[in-house]
Design a protein around this ligand. Structure first.
Ligand SMILES: [Zn+2]
Length: 268
């Protein structure tokens, strides 16, 4: 499932190729992917000029003329392809230049057409916490946000209403780098460790953005990301790179946690 690094890489590529393009036609083969009927969607987007494409958490925002946006959520994953035919996508945008954008969602992906002045009422995006890589999420702000929380650290980091853009891949190594067991209770975690977590989060996500994300996700040209190695994520049974202990996998909250039981302290 794409997280900040993959979304940032894709949004940046889309911004390069889509800015100033004009939508000539929209083809929709699965109307459940939209928030409006396909005919209305087609009528509204036809003739719209793309202004820019930006990432927000796990969302891609396509800003269009007429004060409207397409809010794209890739759900559990999607093939987002520029000028690529192939398996029939649920949504395809055809531009005046002849270029096409195909969106083939694997599971739960969708495209919402929203007017700028309706954005506050678009719950899934209006309720998002700050994007993990947004400069406005400073260390002070991060510490402030943590102060009001009582639950376990791992599910909290993955809660999009708390901080947007982190899923079950990148969270694993962030907690490892900070030496925090995924099941630790937030109030029990020492301040220095939370600061370390904040810095590790920014560093790891930025590095992954540089590498265009993880190797099993693909960009808009079908090329894989260049991030191939994790420290503990998805390495159950392998040796911890720091101490050699066997990496464990356990369910924490509703998803799997990978961690080193020796390097990552459980703060209760
Ligand atoms: Zn270890």
């Amino acid at each position: 499932m794409p997280e900040i690094p993959e979304i940032y890489a894709m949004a940046s590529q889309l911004n390069e190729v889509m800015a100033d393009e004009i939508i000539k036609k929209a083809e929709v083969s699965q109307e459940k992917c939209l928030n409006v009927p396909p005919e209305k969607f087609g009528d509204e987007v036809t003739g719209a000029r793309i202004r820019r494409v930006t990432p927000t958490g796990k969302w891609i925002f396509v800003h269009m003329s007429g004060s409207r946006k397409l809010l794209v959520n890739l759900g559990m994953g999607a093939d987002v392809r520029w000028n690529r035919a192939g398996e029939k996508p649920q949504v395809r945008l055809i531009f005046s230049s002849g270029s096409t954008l195909s969106l083939k969602f694997w599971w739960f992906g969708h495209v919402h057409l929203v007017k700028d002045d309706e954005m506050p009422a678009h719950r899934s995006t209006a309720n998002l916490g700050p994007d993990a890589l947004d400069d406005e999420l400073t260390e002070d702000r991060f510490m402030q946000l943590m102060q009001s929380r009582r639950g376990q650290i791992k599910p909290l980091l993955q809660n999009q209403k708390f901080i947007a853009g982190i899923g079950n891949v990148y969270v694993q190594d962030m907690l490892f780098a900070a030496g925090i067991h995924p099941r630790s209770r937030v109030p029990a975690i020492p301040k220095e460790k939370l600061q370390k977590l904040y810095r590790g989060m920014k560093r790891q996500l930025s590095c992954a953005v540089e590498l265009s994300g993880i190797a099993y996700e693909r960009d808009i040209y079908g090329n894989p990301g260049r991030l191939e190695h994790f420290q503990v994520a998805y390495r159950e049974g392998e040796e911890c790179p720091r101490c050699g202990e066997s990496i464990k996998k356990e369910k924490v909250g509703s998803s799997a946690a990978y961690f080193c039981p020796r390097c990552q302290i459980l703060h209760r």
